[in-house]
Design a protein. Structure first.
Length: 528
């Protein structure tokens, strides 16, 4: 019976040993090839097809992709990406990774990608970040760390803003750049190129500088010719409290419209706390709008602190100064004692100065109690002073144009009760807001008011506003006005209608009878 006991390997026959060796050799070759294949696959995974391979030699299932575009492709059931002339393989890989991830994993991909990115990668990464506030802020922080001027240049020259977070990146840039290097930020935005729609960049930089370095901020606003912007005045508060005269000198030397007036109001308030008389001496030595703004602020605040001393100083000032500054003074005084303020005006002022001062006094009174202010106006005789007082009361009594509130009937009745000059002055003060906020009540008022009670421009202002809402109603209203006023208002309404709906407007005009005077009158604004 054959012996079937297993033999030790060392006791196998030579032929068996050679067979085993061949099997081991081929196994090693196969394993090495498989390992090399896996390694190459890992290296090549996610890479894009570049210019080294001509487009006509790409596999048949891969179509050429336009420059700068990427798209996912399905090959063998796996998601792959192709980009012709890839300008950022890192961004392409990140785009692929983000498409297949979510939550924390997505954020980790962003962190890794931004950390590895070179400056040239950031424009593509910015498009990937568009709409993602956290990713955009992360991207901007790293971009500024690597090459801040490159970020600015990219934002200034980007051609296709669609899908590129220009505004979000600019907001972050101009929050940080003026803090890091204000001179560089200012120089970058200076010159003849104002960047068109990017003027807000200048506002952001100048506004931040006014907060952090108000002297520099005011100089920049003035140099850039920005006069319709009021930044935060918190920095000016601190500056003026420490050195009011120095702050005033810089503000006066660098006119910047609304910002200068706002700054001088703050400076005047702070200076009035320490040495109001010297502040007024300085302000009155600088004639002009800004010097007057400073003086008015000082005197108004001084009157609020010590009315007796403020009145004494103003009473001893020369006539021109007294007439110039009295409105601000009595406005502050009238908030607490309107009777005394008006009596002071009558004793110390005359002519136009008296009228303006009374208007200022009633402005202050109406801010606290409009009913009391109305009683004072009603008790006054017709005069320029009463007209200014009526205008001041109307400013406080009429609702704002955007309030959505109708004008109270009591307010309209009061306006009707005024003498013609006072009514005209008051209406001139509120005509724009009335025409926007409650045009129909204004239409009724104007239609029932004589020419002597209607200021220039009131009919036209209302006609324009009505025409934007209902052209037919506007033209019908204008037709009810006295002849010359009606034609003038009608022309404005028709021109506004034709501006927005030319075919309808011209059809209406041509349908008028030839005997209608409006046809020839309005044809002049219609043109050939």
């Amino acid at each position: 019976m054959p012996d079937r006991t297993p033999r030790p390997v060392s006791m196998r026959s030579p032929s068996q040993a050679r067979c085993t060796a061949r099997i081991l050799y081929h196994s090693v070759i196969i394993l090495a090839a498989a390992g090399l294949g896996l390694a190459m696959g890992y290296i090549l995974r996610g890479r894009t097809i570049g210019t080294a391979a001509p487009l006509e030699r790409l596999p048949g299932n891969v179509r050429p992709i336009p420059e700068g575009k990427s798209q996912p492709l399905r090959a063998g059931g796996n998601l792959t990406w192709a980009r012709a002339h890839d300008d950022s393989p890192l961004a392409t890989q990140l785009e692929r990774d983000l498409s297949m991830s979510s939550g924390v994993t997505r954020w980790l991909y962003w962190l890794e990608g931004v950390e590895k990115a070179r400056v040239s990668d950031f424009p593509r990464l910015a498009r990937l970040a568009h709409g993602d506030a956290a990713a955009t802020r992360l991207l901007a922080a790293r971009w500024m760390e690597l090459d801040l001027p490159h970020l600015f240049h990219t934002l200034s020259t980007v051609q296709d803003r669609r899908g590129f977070p220009v505004d979000a990146l600019a907001e972050i840039l101009f929050e940080e750049w003026p803090r890091r290097d204000p001179d560089a930020a200012v120089n970058a935005l200076s010159g003849t190129n104002t960047f068109g729609t990017h003027d807000t960049w200048r506002l952001n930089v100048a506004g931040l500088l006014v907060e952090t370095d108000p002297a520099r901020g005011l100089r920049v606003l003035s140099a850039w010719g920005i006069d319709n912007y009021i930044p935060s005045m918190s920095g000016v508060n601190r500056w003026a409290a420490a050195d009011p005269r120095g702050a005033a000198e810089v503000a006066l030397a660098n006119p910047a419209g609304h910002a200068s007036r706002a700054a001088l109001a703050v400076i005047g308030r702070e200076w009035s706390k320490s040495d109001p008389a010297r502040a007024l001496e300085f302000a009155t030595a600088h004639p002009g709008e800004l010097g007057t703004a400073l003086a008015e602020s000082v005197l108004r605040n001084w009157a609020g602190q010590n009315i007796r001393d403020a009145a004494q100083w103003l009473s001893t000032a020369n006539g021109a100064t007294r007439n110039l500054l009295s409105p601000a003074f009595v406005e502050a005084w009238a908030k607490s004692d309107p009777g005394s303020a008006l009596a002071w005006c009558e004793s110390n002022l005359a002519g136009a100065g008296l009228a303006r001062a009374v208007g200022g006094a009633l402005q202050g009174t109406a801010q606290r109690d409009v009913t009391t202010a109305v009683r004072y106006v009603d008790a006054m005789r017709p005069s320029p002073a009463r007209a200014e007082a009526a205008a001041a009361v109307a400013t406080q009594w009429f609702p704002g144009s955007l309030s959505g509130k109708p004008v109270p009937q009591a307010t309209i009745a009061w306006l009707r009760s005024l003498d013609s000059d006072s009514a005209k002055r008051a209406l001139a003060q509120v005509q724009w807001r009335w025409s926007i906020g409650d045009p129909r009540s204004m239409a009724e008022f104007l239609a029932n008011s004589g020419n002597d009670r209607v200021p220039a421009g009131a009919d036209s202002t209302l006609a324009r506003s009505l025409a934007r809402q209902d052209p037919a109603e506007a033209l019908a209203w204008a037709h009810k006005l006295p002849a010359e006023r009606g034609l003038a208002a009608g022309r404005v309404a028709f021109a506004e209608w034709r501006r927005w709906q030319p075919e309808s407007a011209m059809g209406w005009l041509q349908a008028l009878p030839s005997s209608d005077q409006r046809r020839s009158s309005f044809a002049r604004v219609a043109g050939p």
